[in-house]
Design a protein around this ligand. Structure first.
Ligand SMILES: [Zn+2]
Ligand SMILES: [Zn+2]
Length: 108
């Protein structure tokens, strides 16, 4: 019985990981679908019915590397994992904005 419960838990983790991947890859899918395809499918031209737009400042991550390309990195601190990440101020660390065109439609 214990093994059975473990299997269900593992399946739950799998679904959670899938949903997380789907959320992260959403902006990529967004760019793959052209504007003309969206309009022919009745989707929002701006966001493809995602109801949100990935932040251009942080590439949808909600975090940006502190310092940027002009930051001088010490030799013993060259690994990116040691670089500090700070919350994106453009999107308040959310990684995306709500689509203005979809917001207008809901208001009307
Ligand atoms: Zn951002
Ligand atoms: Zn939209």
């Amino acid at each position: 019985m214990f093994e059975h419960i473990t299997t269900i838990e593992l399946a739950g983790y799998g679904v959670g990981t899938f949903l997380l991947c789907a959320t992260i890859s959403a902006p990529k899918i967004d760019s793959l679908i052209s504007t003309s395809q969206r309009s022919s499918m009745g989707m929002c031209k701006r966001c493809g019915d995602l109801k949100m737009i990935a932040c251009s400042g942080c590439k949808g991550l909600g975090l940006i590397k502190e310092g940027g390309p002009f930051n001088i990195i010490p030799v013993n601190n060259i690994y990116q994992s040691k670089m500090r990440s700070i919350g994106c101020t453009k999107c308040q660390s959310r990684g995306s904005f709500s689509c203005p065109e979809c917001a207008n439609l809901s208001e009307n």
